[in-house]
Write a protein that binds this ligand. Structure first.
Ligand SMILES: Nc1ncnc2c1ncn2[C@@H]1O[C@H](COP(=O)(O)OP(=O)(O)OP(=O)(O)O)[C@@H](O)[C@H]1O
Ligand SMILES: [Mg+2]
Length: 122
């Protein structure tokens, strides 16, 4: 299992979410974060003062999938998050040891995303 963690622009999220859903990957988390990339702080002007803004708002996506679904998640994020401008964000892929559905106690890759055998909530 892998966790794909991506830092993206806010406007890229909805197209990514929709595309992943259509590909059978509905389960993910998002967090509003602030961060910095390799650029130096951006100077902003506020009430006559120059402020150096060292961190900028981004959206963090976390999505845990079976190994064979990793590439489709990465490609979907790249497709919608890349504008070609600086600050498009970054994707990290991490190994995941265990996944357990609390309701049933089931574990393993089957609990992560939609699978044909799984029940759907009504
Ligand atoms: N090495 C890193 N570790 C943790 N978070 C990171 C890292 N690099 C980037 N981020 C997060 O991703 C956000 C976007 O990074 P950003 O796209 O500016 O990366 P970059 O390497 O500067 O690329 P670019 O040249 O396209 O701007 C950052 O604001 C930060 O939240
Ligand atoms: Mg940057």
């Amino acid at each position: 299992m892998k966790m794909i963690t991506a830092f993206i622009r806010h406007e890229a999220f909805e197209p990514i979410r929709q595309d992943l859903l259509e590909k059978g990957i509905p389960s993910l988390s998002i967090t509003e974060v602030k961060g910095s990339g390799r650029q130096k702080g951006v100077v902003e002007h506020y009430r006559g003062a120059s402020l150096s803004v060292n961190v900028r708002p981004k959206l963090k996506i976390e999505c845990v999938v079976d190994d064979h679904e990793k590439d489709v998640v990465v490609e979907t994020i790249l497709k919608h998050a890349r504008t070609g401008s600086i600050g498009d964000g970054k994707i990290f892929v991490l190994p995941v040891e265990e996944a357990i559905r609390i309701r049933t106690g089931e574990d393993g890759g089957e609990v992560l995303q939609l699978h044909e055998a799984s029940e759907m909530p009504s």
